[in-house]
Structures are given as C-alpha cells and as structure tokens.
Design a protein around this ligand. Structure first.
Ligand SMILES: Nc1ncnc2c1ncn2[C@@H]1O[C@H](COP(=O)(O)OP(=O)(O)OP(=O)(O)O)[C@@H](O)[C@H]1O
Ligand SMILES: [Mg+2]
Length: 252
C-alpha cells in the first residue's frame, strides 16, 4: 500500500498534505498520532470511504481511485475501485454492524454479494470464523442483543470472511469496557500470528502495537513525523514531537 503525495481536504481544511508512506506486503504497521490529526481519514481513504483530493494511492502497484494520465489526475471507473476494494477489510471503533441483520447475515453479506460465494459456502465459512472468535452460539442473534466486545468480535469475523489481503483496524478497542479489551486484542494477535495479512493499525494500546507490529509511524500535521520499530519508537524516539505525544499518552 503506497501513498504518494496524498492530499485530503474537507472544504478549506487540509487534513493530509504531501503524505508519502509505504506499507509492504505482510507488514504490520501501527499509526500513532494526536486526536484529529487524520489517522481515521488515512484508513478511510484506503477503504475508499473517502477520496483523496490530491495525489495517488497504490495497492499492490495498482492505483486505487485515481491515476496519472498525460500529466493529469484521472478518476478510475467504479468497477476498478470495486475490484480493489474487495481485497481490503476494515474494523471500526464503533463496530458498524448492520443492525437489521443477524450475526451470520452480517458476516455472509459481502462474501455472497461481492465475491459471489454460494450462501451455503459463505455460511460454513462464517461459522468457522464465529468459532474462532468464540461466538458460534450467537449466529442467529441480532447485533443489539450482543455486548460491545461481542459485536466487535463479529465485526472482526465479518472482515476476515472476505479473506482480505489488507486489514485496517481503527481503534477497535477504544469503545470497549477495559475488561474485554484483552479478549478482542487476543483474537487480533492470533490473526496476526496465523495469517500473512498486511495490517495498518490505529491504536492507543501500546503493548498491542509492540506485540503485533513491525513498524510504527508517528503521524502529525498531515504527514509522517517519525518512523521506527516499536522497540525504538516506544523507548527512544528521536523527534521531540513523538516524545511529547508518547509521554502524554503513556501518562494517561
Ligand atoms: N467528513 C468530514 N468532514 C469534515 N471534516 C472531517 C471529516 N472527517 C474528518 N474530518 C476532519 O479531519 C480531521 C482528521 O480527522 P480524523 O478522524 O481522521 O482524525 P483522527 O486522527 O482519526 O482523530 P482521533 O484520534 O480523534 O480518532 C479532523 O479535523 C476532522 O474534523
Ligand atoms: Mg480516528
């Protein structure tokens, strides 16, 4: 996943400017940075829930939404975007399950309608994933009958049901009660250990970031301020901005 000179503006408000970074295949990259700096925006751009106002994003060498043709920035066809989008999964802070569908329906929706799996095959796969996240007995429940932690486990199963090559995790435990944060992070640790899915993770859980990621990017003011291994970033960051941010977060 490569960001090249990406800009994102909301009206006059420039959130990302000249943003360049690369996440290699199989990398687990944690993105840290202050509230409002644009971390969610970066993930939403990759998920094509937002579109960049400048620059280019590449997935596996292919342009995501725009490409350069004859010196012009040209928007790509919806069909192209849909093809690339299939390869990317996202788990949100607020779960974002479909409230009118049961758990199993939530999980099979995209595999059936986007990948064209048969209902039977999609259900079998969904049941396997529900077992993996410890919720096989909740297949026919509705999301609102579940606790926050359970809903988030369903959301993880739903993302994995698409066999994503890239998984985007946006503060997936920050809406959860402290005592269940560990369960959800444990599931994600397993996913990290047992798959080679490329992950881009926004989290304030520094221990999780240390356990799972191989690189940490400190992001502020629309661009990457510092990049390091978790060991270095969390113990001996070079930039004053990173030090100030981390001491505020770690004191918290
Ligand atoms: N749809 C939108 N319309 C207008 N402004 C937006 C929109 N989405 C985000 N923004 C603005 O973009 C900036 C970055 O927001 P973003 O949610 O990406 O930050 P963040 O780093 O994820 O923050 P947090 O750590 O609090 O989640 C903020 O100033 C926000 O107000
Ligand atoms: Mg955010």
């Amino acid at each position: 996943m490569r960001f090249q000179d990406v800009e994102k503006r909301f009206g006059d408000h420039v959130v990302l400017k000249n943003l360049d970074f690369t996440v290699n295949k199989g990398d687990r990259v944690t993105l840290i940075g202050p509230s409002g700096s644009g971390k969610t925006t970066i993930l939403r751009l990759v998920m094509t829930l937002e579109e960049a106002t400048g620059g280019y994003i590449f997935i596996d060498g292919q342009p995501l939404t725009h490409e350069e043709r004859g010196g012009k920035r040209v928007e790509l066809k919806e069909r192209h975007k849909n093809e690339i989008r299939k390869r990317i999964g996202m788990v949100f802070q607020q779960f974002n399950l479909f409230p009118n569908m049961t758990v199993i329906e939530n999980i099979i929706e995209a595999p059936v309608h986007v990948l064209g799996l048969s209902k039977k095959a999609a259900k079998e796969k969904a049941m396997g994933l529900l077992e993996q996240v410890g919720l096989a007995d909740k297949a026919d429940a509705h999301p609102l009958e579940l606790s926050g932690g359970q809903q988030q486990r369903v959301a993880i199963a739903r993302a994995l049901a698409m066999d994503p090559e890239i998984l985007l995790l946006d503060e997936v435990t920050s809406a959860l009660d402290p005592e269940i944060v560990g369960d959800v992070l444990g599931i994600l640790r397993d996913v990290a250990e047992t798959t080679d899915i490329t992950m881009l993770i926004v989290t304030h859980e520094m221990q999780f970031a240390r356990d799972v990621s191989n690189r940490v990017l400190m992001f502020d003011g629309g661009h990457i301020v510092e990049e390091a291994s978790p060991e270095v970033m969390f113990t001996d960051p070079k930039e004053e901005r990173t030090r100030a941010f981390l001491s505020a977060v770690l004191d918290h």
